[in-house]
Design a protein around this ligand. Structure first.
Ligand SMILES: *[C@@H]1O[C@H](CO)[C@@H](O)[C@H](O)[C@H]1NC(C)=O
Ligand SMILES: *[C@@H]1O[C@H](CO)[C@@H](O)[C@H](O)[C@H]1NC(C)=O
Ligand SMILES: *[C@@H]1O[C@H](CO)[C@@H](O)[C@H](O)[C@H]1NC(C)=O
Ligand SMILES: *[C@@H]1O[C@H](CO)[C@@H](O)[C@H](O)[C@H]1NC(C)=O
Length: 426
């Protein structure tokens, strides 16, 4: 051991002794934020108009990633773009009560890297044919860091607000294959990456809720909304919010079955919030109003098994109907406990609908009013833990409610501790 490496060691002892008297509420949950050059975060926001093939996200970076308010009178509703979870999470990290400037004290190291924004040139832009290069410059930078080397990266985490599949392209695949190889790079293999959808057998990543448009910043705004959700009349049995048109001769799938079953019945049984051509993307009123009026919200897989709509619907008190476990149950266990799905959601296997002709509305009509009320109450109870609260939240909201961010950070710390003790890399 060199003299230089002893210094942090002694300061660690000193701080522990100092704190030995009273219980330190941050003990075991300290996080160190490793500084990165702005080209890995801030500068990427400045490039917001550079990828027209995706979209111009400039308007949505307002309010530290929450987006612009939906209208002037509101303090809780924003036009939030789910791809901007990275700056949103970064801003919240600065408010985390147990940050430490001393990496030796930290149980985890947060890397303020905007991974999905950094992937845009590789996914949609000029670097498409070089997408195995995504992350190499960051890996090079980290390889010089003693904090990174001390535990081989096992205590690091960052956010990548896309599905993990977008970053799992095998290193030896053809140049035009989809995705980047960020998660395949050895340098990040030991990291914990927070994504909005994980793979079937994740090692590196863990899924966290998509950000919705609701970001209350006081306890009373939250409670006012919960009361509204509880009292809302719900004349519609089931709602589907999503693409409402399909090419006439595509293969059968659950999305198609839902549209055709919906067309065969009246509005009070099945209604559709038409989100075709991205109509709903930054306009929460278009789907939140119908969701408030429906008892059940259908959440079929489409291009990806998960959808942001699952969380929008729950925030409206609309009971989710899932058609496969990968849509939520096998994803978000830090936020929604797998053993509780029966209490707040309905599961209908998609094959029974697509191939067996099962009538979804008949299944849902068979659930008694009292049971529906109980399930909805459970959904409402879960709302605080799946929202990302506003950035300037009141003390009482911060202290009384654990939101999606708080639960994600707790989950990360648990996961990292578990791994470090299993591998003995401490
Ligand atoms: C909100 O208020 C600002 C300033 O008062 C005004 O310029 C803007 O047009 C208003 N926006 C809406 C959507 O009403
Ligand atoms: C990527 O490579 C393909 C095939 O070689 C080529 O047709 C395409 O123009 C290249 N794309 C870019 C953005 O350079
Ligand atoms: C990842 O962790 C394993 C086990 O601790 C270690 O052998 C490996 O070198 C680590 N990878 C990197 C790139 O540090
Ligand atoms: C499904 O059941 C509902 C309610 O009984 C009925 O209105 C609808 O026509 C049925 N749909 C099909 C495709 O059989």
């Amino acid at each position: 051991m060199t003299a230089a490496s002893l210094i942090p060691f002694f300061s660690l002892i000193a701080i522990s002794l100092l704190r030995a008297g009273g219980a330190d509420p941050c003990s075991g949950r300290y996080i160190f934020i490793q500084h990165l050059p702005p080209r890995f975060n801030r500068d990427l926001l400045a490039d917001c108009a550079a990828y027209p093939v995706w979209q111009d996200f400039c308007p949505y970076k307002a309010n530290l990633g929450l987006g612009p308010k939906t209208h002037n009178g509101t303090s809780s509703w924003f036009r939030t773009d789910p791809y901007l979870l990275e700056p949103l999470f970064h801003a919240r990290m600065y408010q985390y009560p147990c940050l430490t400037p001393d990496p030796d004290l930290a149980s985890a190291v947060f890397l303020p890297y905007y991974a999905s924004l950094h992937s845009l040139p590789f996914l949609f832009g000029p670097d498409q044919n070089y997408s195995i290069a995504h992350g190499l410059d960051l890996a090079r930078l980290l390889s010089d860091s003693s904090v990174y080397r001390r535990r081989h990266g096992h205590d690091y985490f960052f956010v990548a607000s896309r599905t993990a599949l977008d970053f799992s392209r095998p290193l030896d695949s053809r140049p035009d294959a989809w995705g980047t190889s960020l998660l395949e790079l050895p340098a990040f293999f030991n990291f914990t990456v927070l994504v909005t959808e994980s793979r079937a057998w994740p090692w590196q990543e863990h899924a966290v809720p998509y950000p919705t448009s609701f970001h209350p910043s006081t306890l009373s705004h939250l409670h006012t909304w919960l009361r509204r959700v509880r009292r809302s009349p719900r004349p519609t049995l089931m709602l589907f919010a999503g693409g409402a048109t399909m090419s006439p001769n595509g293969p059968p799938n659950i999305h198609r079955s839902i549209l055709s079953q919906c067309a065969s019945t009246d509005e009070s049984i099945c209604s559709i919030a038409d989100c075709s051509r991205s109509a709903c993307d930054h306009d929460p009123g278009r789907y939140m109003r119908p969701m408030l009026r429906a008892r059940f919200c259908l959440q079929p897989p489409s291009d990806t098994p998960t959808r942001r709509s699952t969380f929008d619907g729950m925030i409206a008190g609309c009971i989710p109907v899932f058609f496969e476990d990968r849509s939520a149950k096998s994803q978000y266990d830090w936020h929604m406990r797998p053993e509780e799905y029966r209490e707040f959601s309905v599961f209908i296997a998609k094959d029974e609908v697509v191939w067996g002709g099962l009538n979804i509305s008949r299944v849902l009509m068979g659930i008694g009013d009292e049971e529906v009320r109980r399930m909805r109450e459970k959904v409402i109870e879960m709302i605080p833990s799946i929202i990302y609260r506003g950035h300037r939240s009141s003390k009482s909201l911060r202290e009384e409610v654990k939101d999606a961010f708080d639960l994600a950070v707790e989950g990360v710390i648990r996961k990292i501790k578990h791994r470090i003790s299993n591998l003995g890399v401490d």
